[in-house]
Design a protein around this ligand. Structure first.
Ligand SMILES: Cc1cc2nc3c(=O)[nH]c(=O)nc-3n(C[C@H](O)[C@H](O)[C@H](O)COP(=O)(O)OP(=O)(O)OC[C@H]3O[C@@H](n4cnc5c(N)ncnc54)[C@H](O)[C@@H]3O)c2cc1C
Ligand SMILES: Cc1cc2nc3c(=O)[nH]c(=O)nc-3n(C[C@H](O)[C@H](O)[C@H](O)COP(=O)(O)O)c2cc1C
Length: 769
């Protein structure tokens, strides 16, 4: 078979090696525009696992690379004249040039033809290489081949705002990967630095676009940029220069990272690999690894005996998923670096470091314990001391630290998120609710929410929704509240709501959000805009309607206090009445309640003020918002959510419960683990407002790392509690923790102790296995 590989970077040359190893008879030529010693960039970082994969594929080149690897264990974070060191991170690095030299030599040895200083043009390749059975586009980040047909490759390129420049230095950073954060007169500038051979280190400098403009880097030559960066970081460089080898980049040496995602990697007998197909932000150091692993996978499939089209499709199917997983971690990491000033301003160096180390969400709390137990336990003690207001003798899992809101102290940070049960009769909670909330409260969570409980009959979502507009409902709730207070350590929060344009629909296990088959009632909203094409058209509210809703909210809040609830939440999310006022998707009013965000917030804030006035001053109030309509600029964006959160806190809210979406059936959410937590993080750390995170938080590690990294103050879990009411007690047993913050009903203590023993034994067996 005749194979041409266009691009002689790590992906292209490693493909040639991998193909030749599997079948030496293939005729392979690699075309590269540069000379062998001409490459851009400095060092690259790998993990031990990547080296294991390379060793399995080709022990010869892996051995040659291993002989030259530099290893280090620590990560040092330099901030404001202080250094925070943590260990156990285990990186390995090598110079990009040396790595390519090794691979070129190995490829030649196996019979590959390498053609240097040969620049192809995308439009010519089909004629130039017409006799090739396979054309591999390995031409990197700015792939001409991919860019010549972005549509055909179904390409999505997102040019990120930060600027960075890849520099080198002869300053050594012997045993640590170092991050330097420098506050300059033009804004924060930071560097990612690590040594990759005996006397050279990579030094990547990064900053936000405003800082880049303020410094005037755009107009500097490559040498001037390097010199300016040297002056910024001189205290860490010990008299050494910063060096540039990116002459191939025209104009400024600084670039914006392009996040490349191709949904199709194949055109006939042409296939993309490496950066041509996908990019992963440099801050997780995985681009080269992805390129190598693509090469191994493509070679395997080409050797499988299947026809070429099938082999190529199998390659894409396998690699696309792997690339997506890494790209998702890389996106988290990239987004952290895009918001560095937010975290520097919000955190001390220890929490800042924790936040940096866990930024990709691939390194979890327990993973950090494995890396550096002493560092993590020290941090856990600091967090506990902060929460208790006195030094902590022992480390405490972050989820079991207390949290205070006005005069209410939660024993831990786990919250049972509000969940409609659709099981009330005429709005009256039943025995189902007593058992449901009773068992959730005895399950150990610090705070238990009721479902959305409505202020009037026409404010219900469904006929099965609970309410609090009459004496019978108030009494039924009081019975449940009494049980929770008598038998558990949980606090109990009532979520108050009015369904607005999403009212009069079927219960959750029927056709959700769709009108009733019979017996629909009139619904109201800010405007006569239906939630979807199948929903009823709401009547646009008049001032009289607004006054009635205000009165109903106040009356319901009074009843909630009399029923004994500890906390109240105003439901301003998910497209229900108050949310419908906030989102421009459902609010089209032209009076002072529509138009600008300030106007759209006016009625929800009027309600909030009225309720806050009647709700006792010592009891806290939360507001749940949809922080993202997932509708681009046409809807609420996370930036707008910061303003919304701030407005409610200024009005007296104690915490913002940060949900997202459900304001439009056409929304395009990006799901994943903890997918809404970034919004809680942004609101908390930009507006300086306490937040609760919710949405696909289901593991112990999720909760501990969200709390410890300061992404939110409380974590709400909904669905996990439906299948495991004692989620929090199990989490305590799993962490072998039974100190403050854990309340197990005495009736269940023997079960807790047995579970703790069994889980300890299982953990021990897993270590010994
Ligand atoms: C600042 C920075 C730091 C990084 N750090 C790391 C790290 O620590 N670890 C890691 O794993 N990855 C890292 N990466 C990513 C890594 O460099 C890339 O993912 C990797 O190089 C991709 O390999 P590739 O072979 O697909 O593309 P490239 O390495 O870009 O190779 C493409 C090759 O094609 C050649 N070419 C392009 N067009 C033509 C043409 N028309 N004619 C002929 N030849 C052509 C180019 O000259 C080049 O040699 C980093 C990237 C950056 C920007
Ligand atoms: C059965 C069910 C009912 C829900 N009812 C409500 C509700 O009444 N009020 C509310 O704000 N959110 C409600 N939600 C949303 C949850 O509170 C939570 O935000 C969402 O399920 C994401 O969290 P999870 O991934 O932990 O399930 C409900 C979710 C479920 C699964």
């Amino acid at each position: 078979m005749k194979i041409v590989c266009l691009g002689g970077g790590p992906a292209g040359v490693y493909l040639a090696i991998s193909i030749k190893l599997r079948n030496p008879d293939h005729d392979i030529t690699v075309y590269e525009r540069n000379q062998p010693a001409d490459t851009f960039g400095w060092g690259v970082v790998f993990s031990d696992q990547t080296m294991d994969n390379l060793r399995l594929n080709d022990s010869v080149s892996a051995r040659a690379i291993t002989d030259e690897l530099i290893r280090w264990d620590y990560i040092d974070v330099h901030l404001n004249g202080r250094v925070e060191r943590s260990g156990g991170h285990g990186f390995i690095g090598i110079g990009r040039r040396r790595m390519l030299e090794i691979l070129y030599e190995r490829a030649r040895q196996l019979g590959t033809e390498l053609v240097f200083q040969y620049e192809f043009e995308a439009e010519n390749i089909r004629t130039e290489f017409a006799d090739a059975d396979l054309i591999v586009a390995a031409d990197g980040l700015n792939s001409k081949i991919r860019n010549s047909d972005l549509k055909g490759f179904d390409t999505d390129i997102d040019l990120r705002p930060n600027k960075f420049v890849w520099l080198g230095t002869h300053q050594r950073f012997d045993d640590a990967f170092a991050f330097f954060f420098e506050k300059t007169t033009h804004g924060w500038v930071w560097a990612h630095a690590y040594q990759f051979d005996r006397d050279t280190s990579t030094f990547i400098v990064e900053c936000r676009p405003q800082t880049y403009d303020n410094w005037g880097f755009e107009h500097m030559s490559h040498d001037q940029s390097a010199e300016t960066c040297r002056s910024i970081f001189q205290q860490h460089l010990n008299g050494h220069q910063l060096l540039t080898n990116s002459r191939h980049i025209r104009g400024s040496a600084w670039i914006n990272f392009p996040r490349v995602l191709c949904h199709n990697w194949i055109q006939d007998n042409l296939v993309l690999i490496g950066d041509a197909a996908h990019t992963a932000h440099f801050s997780i150091g995985s681009g080269t690894k992805l390129g190598f692993e693509d090469a191994i996978c493509l070679a395997d499939n080409m050797h499988s005996g299947r026809p070429v089209p099938e082999a190529l499709q199998a390659y894409q199917n396998e690699r696309e998923l792997e690339a997506l997983k890494l790209q998702s971690a890389a996106r988290n990491s990239m987004s952290w670096f895009e918001n560095v000033p937010r975290y520097i301003e919000a955190f001390d160096i220890k929490q800042f470091t924790y936040s940096l180390l866990t930024r990709s969400q691939r390194v979890s709390h327990e993973n950090l314990r494995l890396r550096d137990k002493a560092w993590l336990e020290d941090f856990e003690k600091i967090l506990a001391a902060r929460a208790y207001g006195k030094p902590a003798a022992q480390p405490v899992p972050p989820m079991f630290t207390p949290f205070r809101l006005r005069e209410m102290t939660l024993q831990n940070r786990v919250v049972v998120s509000p969940m409609s049960m659709y099981s009330a009769v005429e709005g009256v909670p039943s025995d189902w609710h007593l058992v449901h909330y009773g068992s959730l409260a005895t399950g150990g969570a610090g705070l238990v929410y009721t479902e959305m409980t409505d202020i009037c009959p026409e404010g219900r979502i469904t006929p099965g929704c609970a309410g609090i507009w009459n004496d019978e409902q108030e009494a039924a709730w009081r019975r449940i509240v009494d049980f929770v207070h008598c038998h558990s350590g949980a606090k109990f929060c009532l979520q108050l709501g009015h369904a607005g344009p999403k009212g009069s629909t079927q219960v959750g296990w029927e056709a959700v959000d769709e009108p009733l088959d019979a017996g629909n009632w009139e619904i109201i909203g800010p405007s006569a805009v239906p939630y979807s094409t199948v929903n009823q058209l709401p009547r646009a509210m008049t001032r009289v309607d607004m006054d009635k809703v205000l009165d109903d909210y106040v009356a319901a809040a009074d009843r909630a206090d009399r029923a004994g609830f500890d906390m109240l939440e105003l439901h301003c999310a998910h497209g229900y009445l108050l949310s419908a006022f906030i989102t421009p998707l459902l609010n089209r009013r032209s009076d002072e309640y529509g138009g600008s965000l300030e106007n759209r917030l006016r009625f929800p804030l009027e309600v909030f003020h009225a309720v806050r006035k009647t709700w006792p001053g010592h009891k806290p109030m939360a507001v749940r918002i949809s922080a993202n309509d997932w509708h681009g600029a046409a809807g609420i964006t996370p930036d707008a959510a910061v303003l919304i959160g701030n407005a409610f806190v200024e009005a007296g809210a104690d915490i913002i419960d940060v949900s997202a979406g459900q304001t439009s059936p056409d929304a395009v959410p990006v799901y994943g683990r903890m997918f809404q937590t970034p919004f809680a993080d942004q609101i908390r750390n930009e507006a300086g407002v306490p937040t609760m995170a919710v949405g696909n938080i289901y593991e112990i590690d999720h909760v501990n790392s969200i709390i410890a990294a300061g992404r939110a103050d409380l974590c709400c879990l909904a669905r996990p509690h439906l299948m495991n009411r004692a989620w929090t007690l199990r989490a305590a047993a799993e962490q072998q923790y039974h100190g403050p913050g854990v309340t197990c009903p005495v009736q269940y203590l023997s079960g807790f102790e047995q579970l703790e023993r069994n889980l300890k034994r299982a953990a021990q067996m897993a270590i010994n296995a």
